[in-house]
Design a protein around this ligand. Structure first.
Ligand code: HEC
Ligand code: HEC
Ligand code: HEC
Ligand code: HEC
Ligand code: HEC
Ligand code: HEC
Ligand code: HEC
Length: 303
């Protein structure tokens, strides 16, 4: 009997992360549900076991939540300068602690830097919008991140289409940014996508063609989905891919891959602009004629 109690105690001890985290967890693993935080409603429960099982299991809570002194949220602690600066820039995305949201840069500088320069990072850092993804939009809860190879991971090959699709199937975002809102359906009806839906694990998902952290606009010079970049992308799996091979439609939507709708869209714009120019010229000429007539009438009247 005593042996079992000792064994249980040992197991329990192993599950308590570092001492400092256990202080936070004293409250945060016991509390349940949502509460009003500084900026809005927050989830106060943190599952201690899932934290320990995550890739960050060895970290203390304040390795990310720098501004929280250990124990209850009393003493404010020093925040590294780099993290504090970034926290200001990404504040628009934070729901509770933008400092923690920026802490990732200390241990994952390459990913953070790539994201900052991407079309997504630009949306948040430069345009100050909360629509583009930062780390958590693609990796899920900061406390329970598991390795990419784990089926539960949001960025596991099988889950990427859903992860990108949360936003890229959203009509509101499509309209706001002039994006094609049907890329997911288009992908799913492509030859790759059909096999993906059947459970094929070698076909490309969104991030195999677009990348993960450094995603550019599709028509940017350093894009992985046009020109040389595209040939290289296809070549990752189709050895010896040529520009001719790469011309096969990837997820045929309005794009250079799909010349007819692309140029007919361009053509439509030209038509609209042309019509307006025509009306504008017409009005101008009309005004000119009017002025000229009045002037000549005046001249005649003066004699
Ligand atoms: C005495 C209990 C207690 C302890 C200990 C505690 N917390 Fe909290 N925490 C709370 C409560 C209650 C809330 C929700 C209300 C609020 O934000 O103050 C909360 C909210 C938070 C939030 C969301 C903040 C917001 O305003 O949106 C973070 C982040 C947080 N705690 C981190 C920590 C960290 C890190 C530690 C350890 C250094 C810690 N907590 C220790 C009780 C505690
Ligand atoms: C790997 C970094 C990291 C670690 C380690 C970490 N957190 Fe967090 N935590 C975050 C991030 C990022 C957020 C979200 C901040 C935001 O959106 O503003 C967050 C949010 C929270 C929140 C608010 C939840 C909400 O709904 O926004 C609480 C409470 C919290 N953490 C407690 C803890 C506790 C307790 C620990 C230690 C067991 C811990 N955190 C460890 C990164 C971390
Ligand atoms: C104090 C250092 C530290 C901080 C801060 C930190 N991480 Fe990590 N992270 C690690 C370590 C260590 C690993 C494990 C690396 C390994 O197993 O190869 C890791 C692994 C990861 C992984 C990899 C999962 C995989 O597929 O293997 C992701 C994703 C990740 N972290 C995201 C984040 C995010 C998001 C933040 C900020 C909220 C963050 N990390 C903050 C140290 C950190
Ligand atoms: C647009 C979605 C997206 C965003 C935003 C994102 N990631 Fe990732 N991340 C991925 C995908 C997908 C993978 C899987 C590996 C791959 O395809 O490169 C990944 C893999 C990783 C890995 C594991 C790398 C490896 O080679 O094992 C780390 C670490 C990581 N991300 C950290 C971060 C951090 C830190 C942030 C925020 C600065 C972030 N990610 C933002 C999609 C994203
Ligand atoms: C949190 C929402 C969100 C998630 C998740 C997300 N994106 Fe985006 N994405 C956006 C927004 C918003 C824009 C437009 C940004 C702008 O124009 O300021 C965008 C732009 C893009 C563009 C550029 C479109 C163009 O005009 O050429 C590509 C490509 C892209 N995302 C691919 C991806 C891929 C691949 C993933 C998954 C690995 C992903 N996105 C995940 C919101 C998201
Ligand atoms: C991550 C790997 C990967 C990438 C990247 C990739 N493909 Fe594929 N592709 C596959 C697999 C796997 C199949 C299915 C082969 C099968 O069923 O035997 C496939 C099938 C095809 C087919 C159907 C005919 C055939 O050869 O089976 C075409 C056409 C094709 N891909 C074109 C492309 C183009 C164009 C690109 C670049 C835009 C590309 N692929 C990028 C892995 C990839
Ligand atoms: C086989 C490679 C490949 C895969 C897989 C792929 N794409 Fe694309 N994507 C492209 C190419 C090539 C373009 C350039 C335009 C075109 O083909 O019409 C593009 C264009 C885009 C654009 C810009 C279109 C616009 O007008 O707004 C977005 C956004 C996008 N893809 C998102 C995604 C998402 C989300 C997924 C996953 C569901 C995905 N892509 C899967 C190759 C791929």
């Amino acid at each position: 009997m005593v042996r079992y109690v000792l064994l249980l105690l040992t197991v329990a001890f192993l599950y308590v992360p570092v001492a400092e985290s256990s202080e936070c967890l004293l409250c945060h693993s016991a509390m349940q549900g949502k509460m009003e935080g500084r900026k809005g409603v927050v989830e106060v429960h943190v599952d201690a076991k899932r934290v320990v099982d995550s890739v960050h299991g060895v970290l203390g809570c304040t390795d990310c939540h720098f501004s929280y002194g250990s124990g209850p949220h009393s003493a404010a602690a020093a925040v590294p300068v780099e993290v504090a600066k970034l926290a200001k820039k990404v504040a628009v995305k934070g729901t509770s602690d933008p400092v923690a949201l920026s802490a990732c840069v200390q241990c994952h500088p390459a990913e953070y830097e790539a994201l900052t320069g991407s079309v997504h990072g630009e949306n948040v850092l430069r345009k100050k919008q909360a629509d583009g993804p930062l780390c958590l939009d693609c990796h899920g809860s900061p406390h329970y991140i598991v390795p990419e190879t784990d089926a539960e991971s949001e960025v596991n090959h099988a889950n990427v289409v859903h992860t990108c699709g949360k936003c890229h199937g959203d009509e509101r975002l499509a309209e706001k940014y002039g994006l094609d809102g049907h890329v997911v359906e288009m992908y799913e009806s492509s030859f790759h996508g059909k096999k993906f839906l059947l459970g094929h694990t070698k076909v490309p998902v969104c991030s195999d063609c677009h990348g993960a952290h450094g995603i550019t606009r599709w028509d940017a010079p350093d894009s992985t989905v046009i020109g040389e970049g595209k040939v290289k992308t296809c070549g990752k799996c189709h050895t010896g891919a040529t520009p001719k091979f790469a011309a096969a439609p990837a997820h045929a939507h309005v794009g250079k891959d799909n010349p007819i709708p692309y140029y007919s869209a361009k053509g439509l714009t030209a038509l609209v602009i042309g019509t307006f120019l025509f009306i504008f010229m017409h009005v101008l000429l009309d005004m000119y004629a009017e002025v000229r007539d009045r002037l000549s009438r005046k001249k005649k009247g003066g004699h």
